[in-house]
Design a protein around this ligand. Structure first.
Ligand SMILES: O=P(O)(O)OC[C@H]1O[C@H](O)[C@H](O)[C@@H](O)[C@@H]1O
Length: 424
């Protein structure tokens, strides 16, 4: 269940704004729904309700084969081929709950020589399988790391057995990874042509890592389908994804520069990383767009809280107030301090709730607009709901801004520079 709360942003985003923007919202929503417009990037829109039984069968087969063969799977990818899978595993299987479970380790998301050297050493005492994820099949980081780890597997297990331990998730037809995987006879799963990397977490890109980790991905998909239904049922004026997008659009026009997705639950923090790519690559172009950043409270209140409260008012806070109560038997009361009894009979749940309220009041009164997204439910469904909610808000926001939310031309500049230097 997701609910949008706008009380602490009403000073900046009024009902009058909503009324005035209604025709633009109507137009932009129409553009979003129109599959002939930018159809290339819109496969994610109906994806949660499309028929996927044969894909699910392939995923389950590869996952159970890899789980039987190994106790660790290294998943190699970057950007949209990494952030979604990482965020869903963090949310559904938070720290300290993974003991005895099949381990999923991410690699290829940076070029650190030591990270990859330590990881290779760590793998020596484990049984290993490998998943390489790259839509284009040409991205430098995952490609370099994949061939390093493939080489490791081939030396350790021999070429044939190594090939039986590798799965490639890539375009169904195009790209050098596709050609390589076919030649080596790896198991493969497709990334649909009309779903861009940052919108692809509910495709095999996220579903296989979920299956490997033992996450019930059908529940995640159901969550996304439920959100799709919920958004389709209401009028645009009551559509929370539309309202969220309109609020950030108006704030951007008023001169706010950045939006921080604020999380209070460590298990949700990685979701902010997924959200950051979604909005950063979709809307940060043509010299415009809010800079998406993230804050983890209450931790960052003790480092960044001062800046947020007292510095230039350039920041918007979107509080992802998520609560996943999957450990009710562990309801921890705060230990009693005999001299300071104001926390007597207070639970951590209550403390967290009061923190969210108090921070929103203090920051919004100081001039920092605060949007609150209340998210409640089981981790799997909630993840699916959140993904779909933000994808709609982001793509719709792209039409409000008049930009293409499905490309990322700016990412090419550093790549060409690197290629030129490496070819010298
Ligand atoms: O999946 P890949 O083709 O390897 O792409 C991985 C990522 O890198 C690129 O540079 C893009 O900026 C991202 O949008 C993409 O998600």
């Amino acid at each position: 269940m997701i609910q949008l709360h706008l009380e602490k942003v009403r000073k900046w985003f009024t009902e009058e704004h909503e009324k005035r923007l209604a025709p633009l919202a109507e137009f932009a929503y129409g553009e979003l729904q129109n599959r002939d417009r930018d159809a290339f990037g819109k496969g994610w829109m109906s994806w949660p309700v499309d028929h996927h039984e044969s894909l699910y069968a392939d995923i389950d087969k590869i996952a159970s084969d890899f789980r039987a063969k190994s106790n660790v799977t290294v998943v190699i990818g970057i950007g949209g081929s990494y952030l979604g899978a990482r965020s869903v595993l963090s949310m559904v299987q938070p720290e300290f709950t993974r003991e005895g479970k099949h381990e999923v380790i991410f690699a290829g998301q940076q070029l650190s020589p030591t990270y990859h050297a330590h990881l290779l050493k760590y793998l020596d005492s484990r049984e290993v399988t490998l998943v390489v994820v790259s839509k284009s099949g040409t991205t430098l980081e995952p490609s370099a790391v994949f061939h390093t780890f493939r080489d490791y597997l081939e030396k350790r297990y021999g070429e044939a057995e190594a090939s039986a331990r590798i799965c490639a998730i890539t375009d169904a037809q195009k790209g050098s990874l596709r050609a390589y995987a076919d030649e080596k006879k790896y198991a493969t799963l497709p990334i649909p042509d009309d779903i861009g990397g940052r919108y692809s977490v509910l495709s095999a890109v996220g579903l296989l890592p979920m299956a490997l980790a033992g996450v019930d991905y059908r529940k995640v998909m159901q969550g996304a389908a439920n959100m799709r239904d919920q958004l389709a049922k209401v009028a645009i004026t009551a559509n929370p994804a539309v309202q969220y997008a309109l609020a950030r659009h108006v704030l951007y026009q008023q001169g706010f520069v950045a939006e921080a997705l604020v999380t209070y639950e460590p298990r949700v923090a990685d979701f902010a990383g997924w959200w950051q790519q979604l909005f950063g690559e979709s809307q940060g172009k043509d010299g415009i767009g809010l800079y998406p950043t993230m804050l983890q409270y209450t931790t960052d209140l003790h480092s960044m809280g001062q800046y947020v409260q007292d510095s230039r008012k350039v920041l918007v806070e979107t509080v992802l107030d998520a609560f996943i109560d999957d450990a009710p038997e562990l309801k921890v009361p705060v230990g009693l301090d005999e001299k300071n009894r104001y926390l007597e009979n207070v639970s951590f749940h209550k403390l967290q709730e009061v923190a969210v309220e108090s921070v929103m009041i203090a920051h919004s009164e100081a001039g920092v607009p605060n949007i609150r997204i209340e998210a409640r439910g089981d981790a799997e469904s909630l993840y699916g709901e959140l993904v779909y909610f933000f994808e709609v808000a982001c793509a719709f926001g792209g039409y409000l801004l008049g930009i293409n939310a499905f490309d990322q031309p700016g990412v090419e500049a550093y790549k060409s520079e690197m290629r030129a230097r490496l070819q010298k």
